[in-house]
Design a protein around this ligand. Structure first.
Ligand SMILES: [Zn+2]
Length: 381
C-alpha cells in the first residue's frame, strides 16, 4: 500500500498537473469508490469546482476544491466561463476537500480525454481544459470522499468526516519534534512494529517504512515501545525522519502497483530489509528474517536488531509465528557475509537456491513494472 513518501510524491506531481484546473463532470463504473455520496450527488457537488491546492494527511491525498460560478458547472460550458462577468450564482457553495485513499492498488493519472482506458478505471474527473484525472484501482479497495473544508486547517471541520482521516502525528511536519516523540512513546503500550503502523499514533508509516526505520535504528520489531532507552528513542526518531525523507526524495518505492502521475519511484532499490527475507543484511551479512506480526510480514536482522536479554522469553511465541518464507530462511545455516552476494543479480558465489530466489524476485519486479507501464498507457493489465 502506498505510504507517506508515495502519497507525498503523487501530491507533488498532481500539484504541477491539476492545480488551477476546473472539474466539469465525473463518470464512474464502480459507485462504491465514492464513500461520501451517491454518484449523482457527487457529480453535482464537484462539477464546476476548481482545484486550488493538493495536500496530504497520512496516506491520504487531499484535493482542495473551491466553488466557482455556476455556469462552469454545466458540462462543456468551460469556454463561456468568466468569473468576472455573467456569474449567475451569487452564493457560491462552501470550500470542499476530496480525500483520496489509494489503499492497495489505487493509481492516479492525468491524461487527455479520449486516451484509451481499461476496466480498472473506476472514477474519472473531466477537466475543462480537455484533460481527465483518472482513478484506477484493480482491487477496488480505494475510497474517495467529498467533505466541507475548514479554510484554516485544510481538512474537514470536526464531526464532518470522523474516522476518515488519521489522528496520528505527521512525521515530516515541524510539529513532530523529538520531545513530542518522547511524550507519545511515554503514554503508549505496544510493540514497536504495531505502534509505528498505527495511523492514530503516527500517520503515513506502513509496512515498508516501519521495517526500514527499525532496521536503521537497530531495534527489534517486537520490542515493547515503553522499554526504549532515551538513546534508542533518539535513534528511532532519526531513522524515521531519515528513511521517510530519503524515500520522498526518491519518489517512493515502486513495489507492487504503486506509480505516480509523473512516473515510478526508485526507493525500492534502496530498501535494506523490506521483502529481502533470506538475503544478507547490508550491515552484518547475516540473513534477513521474516516473521508475521499482526498479520503483516515483518523483515529484520536478528543480529543487528536484537532484543534485550530480559525480553526474549516474552516474544519467543510471537517470533515463532513465522510465515513460509521465514521457516525456510530459519532452517538455512547461519554464516558470515559473502561480499560477492551484495552485488546484485548474477553475482558470483551464490548457491543454486539463492540464484533461483533472486531470479524469481527480479521476475516479479519486472512483472509489476510492466503492469504499471501498461496502466499508464491505459491498456489492459
Ligand atoms: Zn544485520
Amino acid at each position: 500500500m502506498p505510504e507517506l513518501p508515495e502519497v507525498e510524491t503523487i501530491a507533488r506531481d498532481l500539484r504541477g498537473l491539476v492545480a488551477g484546473a476546473r472539474i466539469v463532470g465525473t463518470r464512474s463504473n464502480w459507485p462504491r469508490t465514492v464513500r461520501s455520496h451517491d454518484l449523482d450527488a457527487f457529480a453535482t457537488a464537484v462539477s464546476g469546482r476548481e482545484v486550488v491546492a493538493i495536500g496530504r494527511r497520512g496516506k491520504q491525498l487531499l484535493i482542495m476544491l473551491d466553488p466557482v460560478p455556476l455556469a462552469a458547472a454545466v458540462r462543456g460550458s468551460a469556454a463561456r466561463v468568466d468569473p468576472g462577468a455573467g456569474s449567475i450564482d451569487p452564493e457560491p457553495a462552501e470550500p470542499a476537500v476530496l480525500t483520496v485513499h489509494l489503499k492497495m492498488t489505487g493509481q492516479l493519472f492525468v491524461v487527455p480525454a479520449g486516451t484509451p482506458q481499461d476496466r480498472h478505471v473506476h472514477l474519472v474527473f473531466e477537466l475543462s481544459d480537455g484533460r481527465e484525472l483518472r482513478f484506477r484501482d484493480m482491487r477496488k479497495f480505494g475510497r474517495i470522499g467529498l467533505y466541507r473544508r475548514d479554510v484554516e486547517t485544510g481538512v474537514p471541520p470536526k464531526g464532518e468526516a470522523d474516522g476518515v482521516l488519521p489522528r496520528g502525528a505527521e512525521p515530516l511536519s515541524d510539529e513532530f519534534t523529538l520531545e513530542l516523540f518522547f511524550e507519545m512513546l511515554g503514554v503508549r503500550r505496544g510493540r514497536l512494529k504495531t505502534l509505528l503502523m498505527n495511523q492514530d499514533f503516527l500517520a503515513g508509516v506502513g509496512n515498508i517504512y516501519a521495517d526500514e526505520a527499525l532496521w536503521q535504528a537497530r531495534l527489534h520489531p517486537l520490542r515493547e515501545a515503553r522499554s526504549l532507552r532515551p538513546d534508542e528513542v533518539r535513534r528511532l526518531y532519526g531513522a524515521l525522519l531519515g528513511v521517510l525523507s530519503e524515500a520522498v526524495m526518491r519518489r517512493g518505492s515502486s513495489v507492487d502497483d504503486y506509480t505516480a502521475p509523473e512516473g515510478d519511484g526508485s526507493m525500492q532499490e534502496h530498501l535494506a530489509v523490506y521483502q529481502r527475507g533470506g538475503e544478507p543484511c547490508l550491515r552484518c551479512g547475516r540473513l534477513i528474517r521474516r516473521i508475521v506480526v499482526g498479520g503483516r510480514s515483518t523483515h529484520f536482522c536478528g543480529w543487528c536488531q536484537r532484543l534485550p536479554a530480559g525480553h526474549r522469553a516474552a516474544v519467543s511465541k510471537l517470533a515463532a509465528t513465522t510465515g513460509p518464507a521465514t521457516a525456510a530462511a530459519a532452517d538455512r545455516p547461519r554464516r558470515g557475509p559473502r561480499w560477492t552476494e551484495l552485488d546484485g543479480e548474477g553475482a558470483l558465489g551464490r548457491t543454486v537456491d539463492e540464484e533461483t530466489r533472486a531470479r524469481r524476485l527480479a521476475a516479479n519486479r519486472r512483472a509489476a513494472a510492466a503492469r504499471r507501464a501498461s496502466a499508464r498507457l491505459g491498456g489492459p493489465a
